[in-house]
Design a protein around this ligand. Structure first.
Ligand code: AHM
Ligand code: MG
Length: 338
């Protein structure tokens, strides 16, 4: 092996979860089991995405989902894999998926104590080009006496017990955070079939001159957004303009932002006054990851994203998330407009 040292003390996600559980004396193991089911969903979705072009899984399924998007074949498969993992672990009472109009209630598990929201394959317009997509998830613990209805998920993000996402890119990257904890990143080792802890205690840089937004919407932007983005591009005497990076997959744009710093934005605008991204399974879980990594996340009214309460399970919001200093700049610009 020469001078290279081989790590023989590998922290797999399974080991990480076991060690986390041991820290909580009152833990029953339910949350750990739920995470094992999540882990399997990520592995299987990753498997099908990698093989998609080879086994005729590209293209449309011929159906559309609740928000009217045409469903891709992989959207349907990802959704089915996710639902079946959540059902079979028997720890989930309520599940909201982007691909399902109504919340799914697992009546066969009346005593299950968790509710989950997910976007099984986010960014699916990128799938056929082989560009990164991802799965986003949010986990809530049901309060004592909860009825097990969709209302159990109409809660602010601060109520989440855990959230995260998996990006299916050059490799599958899983990022997970738990209430009051840090953010940890794992890489799927395909030969082991295990997620390996490769990015312990992730911290987003305080600032970085990169912005990520669909500039094709700028015609519809409100004044503060125009002013803020223009300020990045035309910084004035001696200033250096920001770099633009936009993949069009929230998970991939957010993952890069988490690692490198900068800002990701999908603002509400004149065409979409409520924004595009969904609160429950896109905005809130990402906001939790960013806050726990030392970043910030606000909506288009400059409210803390994690305090926004959805009225309906598929509600949308504008969002700005990223490095502390960059999001503060967004907030300052908006303040000027009152
Ligand atoms: P989807 O859930 O239908 O895949 O849409 C969500 C995606 C995000 O991943 C991404 O940030 C955004 O939509 C891109 O939207 P646009 O193509 O308008 O820039
Ligand atoms: Mg989506």
């Amino acid at each position: 092996v020469g001078s290279e040292r081989i790590n023989t003390d590998i922290v797999t996600l399974t080991r990480f979860l076991t060690e986390e559980q041991a820290k909580h004396k009152e833990a029953t193991g339910d949350f750990t089991l739920l995470c094992h089911a999540l882990q399997f969903a990520f592995k299987s979705i990753s498997y099908y995405i990698r093989r998609a072009t080879l086994i005729n899984l590209t293209g449309l399924a011929g159906s559309s989902n609740t928000t009217g998007d045409d469903q891709k074949k992989l959207d349907v498969i990802g959704n089915d894999l996710f639902i079946s993992a959540m059902r079979s672990c028997a720890r989930v009472r309520v599940l909201v998926s982007e691909e399902e109009e109504e919340a799914i209630i697992f009546d066969e598990h009346p005593n299950a104590r968790y509710a989950v929201a997910c976007d099984p394959i986010d960014g699916s317009s990128n799938l056929d080009a082989g560009v990164s997509v991802g799965t986003i998830f949010a986990i809530y613990k049901l309060p004592e006496g909860a009825k097990g209805t969709k209302e159990d998920l109409l809660k602010p993000g601060i109520d989440m017990v855990a959230s995260g996402f998996t990006m299916y890119g050059a490799s599958a990257q899983l990022v997970i955070t738990m209430k009051g904890g840090g953010v940890n990143g794992f890489t799927l080792d395909n030969s082991f079939g295990e997620f390996i802890l490769t990015h312990p205690n992730m911290r987003i840089p305080k600032k970085r001159a990169i912005y990520s937004v669909n500039e094709g919407n700028s015609l519809y932007w409100e004044e503060p957004v125009k002013e803020y983005i223009n300020g990045l591009k035309y910084p004035g005497e001696g200033g250096k303009p920001y770099s633009a990076r936009y993949i069009g997959s929230m998970v991939a744009d957010a993952y890069r932002t988490l690692l490198y710093g900068g800002i990701f934005a999908y603002p509400a605008d004149k065409k979409s006054p409520k924004g595009k991204l969904r609160i429950l399974y896109e905005c809130a879980p990402m906001a939790m990851v960013f806050e726990n990594a030392g970043g910030l996340a606000v909506d288009s009214r400059m409210r803390r994203m994690l305090e926004v309460v959805p009225e309906h399970i598929h509600d949308r919001s504008g969002i700005f998330l990223g490095s502390e200093k960059e999001v503060e700049k967004v907030i300052d610009t908006h303040k000027k407009y009152g």
